[in-house]
Structures are given as C-alpha cells and as structure tokens.
Design a protein around this ligand. Structure first.
Ligand code: NDP
Ligand code: 13P
Length: 298
C-alpha cells in the first residue's frame, strides 16, 4: 500500500467535486468505471493501493461493487454516498461492515452541492465514524474552504443524508403544484420531525437531525432546483413519467430508491413515516394532488 496517498473512487458529480477539493493540498488520485480525461485519473488497481479512499458511487450499487472490486488492505475509507439499499433495507454502514472494520470507515454528511464545492465555495461537512482517530487522519486532507466536524453518530448521519433526498422529492412536488411557501415550510418541518422519528428507532441522536447532517442538508436540497431529487419532484408534479424524468436527469437521484427502503423499514418496524410513504406511492403512480390531500387531512 502507498502510504499517505489518497484516491476518490467514482468520477460522477460528487466524486469529481471531492477530488477537486482533496487535490488542493496534496495530489489526489481519481478512478471510475468509465475512463475520463481528468488530472491524476488512474486505474482502479492503483487507486485501491492508496492508504486513503473516498468512495462516491450510488448507494444501490455499493454492495455489488464491493463484492466485485474491493480488497481490504488496511485502507482508511470515507463513504460519500447518501442512500439506503432498497433491495434489503440495509444501511450502508451495515453493507460496508462485511468488508471494512468499523475503525477504518467514516461517512460524510452535510449540505454540499457538488456544483458549489467544485468551484471552491465554502461549505461545512461532518465526518461520522466510531473512530475519532479516523477523523483526525482525514481532516488534514480537506482544503480551507471546507470546514469539517466530527461526529460518532454514523447511523444518524446516514439516515439524515438518505431521508432528506426523499423529502426533497416531496418538496419539489409541493413547489411544482404551486401550493405556496407556507405548505412547503410545513412539509419540510414535518419532514424533519419524521426523519428524526425514523432515526430514533435505529438509535440515531436527535442532535444529528438538528445540525448539518439533518436540517442543514434538508434545507439545502428541499429548497433548490440544484438538487436532483427536488427536480424529480418537480417532474412528478407535472405528471411526467418517472423513467423519463430519470433519463433527462442523467445522474443519480437517490431518493427514488431510498423511498422504497424507508417504506419497507417503516412497515416492518411500524414507524410512522407519512411523507416518505406518500412519496413512494407517487413514485409508483399515485396522483400527487391526491397524496397531498391525504397528507393534509385532519
Ligand atoms: N452530487 C452531489 O451534490 C452530492 C452527491 N452525494 C451522493 O454521492 C453519491 C454519488 O452521487 P453523484 O456523484 O452526484 O452521482 P452521479 O450520477 O453524478 O455519478 C455516479 C458515479 O457512480 C459511478 N457508478 C454508477 N454505478 C456504478 C457501478 N455499478 N459501479 C461502479 N461505479 C458506478 C459512475 O461511474 P461512471 O460515470 O464512471 O460510469 C459515476 O462516477 C450519491 O449517493 C449521492 O447522493 C452526496 C453529496 C453531494
Ligand atoms: O446531497 C446533496 C447535497 O448535499 C445533493 O443532493 P441531490 O442528490 O438531490 O442533488
């Protein structure tokens, strides 16, 4: 293993933005399934030999990707994905646990549109890991325009980052239906309560939902057309077909599959998640106006 070297795996929007950021202080490699003309682009084998890895591939692809490609050699890893596996309802930390020991892995959370990070605009992120040492090791790689915080609430950060994508879809629908700012603020506020309730069931801390990982990322994505998930919601409000919306998007909108995962988990464990459940129904063809009526009735 090449000591003190760092690589980003996945050269999508977020991978490229993280690569730009991490390349400021020292050379950072990047690799991806599709070869690209990027500075320091290397093959997967070279990247995998780095001591520090940042993995930015969609949540639904991670299990297969790990099985087919990953060899643990003691690397320290940051997971940049935000989603819950729909097929199993498993959280990413549970999937990674079969491949990497807890003390070698952390999860990035917080409000961070790739399009702004790649311009070097300021932002604040949380690195969530059971190991403070892992945070201390990764922190020096981050440039001055990214302020980092440490939290050990891995499950809280994961749920907040995944859930806000579903709520961003709901908010996009609300915007598209022109229901007004009062309705949208109510939806976002009730969404925050809902994701905290869901998180509590799995042992997440309330403070994660009130800080950058929860409210911070929710307020960002649920209020902006820069969010892919929000744009999915706008498309649904116009009665566009989901497959057409996703094709037009051309990038991942994690909320679509995460809505399935939340629906599955909330039914299994009897957790009250009305907004996520309606999003799942809309994604499956329910008329958004009927959903809103059902959500708003007393
Ligand atoms: N964009 C953003 O602002 C932010 C995104 N995130 C999260 O980061 C994750 C990635 O998002 P983002 O980069 O924006 O998405 P994109 O759709 O832009 O890119 C996805 C990346 O994943 C790779 N990929 C897709 N499927 C596979 C697979 N089966 N095996 C290997 N690689 C695969 C693609 O590789 P290739 O192109 O080489 O084929 C591509 O590099 C998501 O979970 C997202 O929620 C988190 C914070 C901010
Ligand atoms: O997670 C994000 C910003 O923090 C990006 O959100 P979208 O995937 O909805 O664009």
């Amino acid at each position: 293993m090449q000591n003190n070297s760092i690589a980003v795996i996945g050269a999508g929007k977020w991978g490229q933005a993280l690569h730009f950021a991490l390349n400021q202080k020292q050379k950072c490699y990047i690799t991806s399934r599709t070869k690209r003309e990027l500075d320091n682009f290397v093959d997967l084998e070279t990247a995998m030999d780095c001591e520090y890895l940042v993995i930015a591939i969609p949540a639904q692809e991670i299990r297969t990707w790990l099985k087919e490609n990953f060899v643990f050699k003691g690397q320290k890893i940051l997971v940049a994905s935000k989603g819950i596996e729909a097929s199993s309802g498993e959280f990413l930390n549970e999937i990674y646990a079969s491949f990497v020991p807890d003390e070698n892995i952390g999860f990035i959370s917080g409000p961070s549109f790739a399009a702004e990070v790649i311009k070097g605009l300021p932002c604040a992120l949380v690195i969530n890991s059971t190991s403070k040492n892992l945070y201390d090791l990764f922190q020096p790689f981050f440039p001055n325009f990214i302020k980092t915080y440490y939290s050990k609430d891995v499950i809280g950060a994961e749920i907040a980052g995944a859930y806000k994508n579903v709520l961003a879809i709901a908010s996009g629908i609300c915007e598209g239906l022109q229901l007004g700012k009062n309705a949208q603020a109510s939806l976002i506020a009730r969404g925050l309560v809902e994701m905290q309730r869901f998180g509590k069931y799995f042992g997440a801390k309330k403070s994660s939902f009130l800080g950058l990982s929860g409210a911070g990322d929710l307020f960002l994505t649920a209020n902006s057309t820069m969010s892919r998930n929000f744009r999915v919601g706008l498309g649904l409000s116009q009665n566009k077909k989901l497959e057409d919306i996703l094709e037009e998007l051309g990038e991942v909108a994690e909320g679509v599959k995460t809505a399935d995962a939340i629906d599955k988990l909330s039914k299994k464990y009897k957790i009250y998640t009305p907004i996520a459940n309606e999003v799942k129904l809309i994604l499956n063809g329910k008329n958004p106006k009927d959903s809103l009526k059902d959500l708003l009735k007393n």
